[in-house]
Design a protein around this ligand. Sequence first.
Ligand SMILES: Cc1cc2nc3c(=O)[nH]c(=O)nc-3n(C[C@H](O)[C@H](O)[C@H](O)COP(=O)(O)O)c2cc1C
Length: 201
Amino acid sequence: MIELDLLTTHADRAYPILAGLVTPRPIAWVTTLNEDGSVNAAPFSFFNVFGVDPPLVIFAPGDRDDGSPKDTARNCRRTGEFVINLVDEALAETMVRTSASLPYGESETTHENLATTPSSVIAPPRITATPAALECKVHSIQQIGENRLVLGIVHRVQVREEFFDPNSLRVRGEKFHPIGRMSVPNWYCKTSDLFEIVRPP
Ligand SMILES: Cc1cc2nc3c(=O)[nH]c(=O)nc-3n(C[C@H](O)[C@H](O)[C@H](O)COP(=O)(O)O)c2cc1C
């Protein structure tokens, strides 16, 4: 084994090492509202669901090099609301383009001509073409070093009919194929190659 110390010797390699090993990661394409009411969209792969009672999600925008928060973190703190749009292969390239840093207040959805649809219980809209969206309210924001962990409670789930069976209330896992993030900066994976392992009783 090769031993690495991410707190001292290899601190400057912590990002590519951790983000290359802890894979695949789900992607939260987060929509929030800027101060002027325009829509900010940006992807975050330091993201997951952490519990169901209450339904808890966390994503982590790192601060910019100058120590200022990214627009998404700023909007979450100001408005207390955000949408997590999940990303499939069809949306992958547009999602990546929205990671470009635009000046604050300049809308990625306008820039990319990306249609949005009003949410049900919060002000930021979802991306119309998303396969599924989680309407979230901010529970708290934890600042640990340059990481800002945004903890959110999911108030509504919106999922396209083709990916959900309304009778069994189950996600159609054979049809829903979000992409995963692999080694940074540019690698992704498909999630269509599934296998099943039945759990012991
Ligand atoms: C697939 C993908 C995942 C990303 N994940 C993160 C992340 O977890 N944390 C982060 O700080 N930046 C992440 N980024 C970079 C942000 O999307 C980028 O800094 C963006 O400009 C932030 O936008 P904002 O200032 O509008 O919030 C990711 C970029 C891509 C393409």
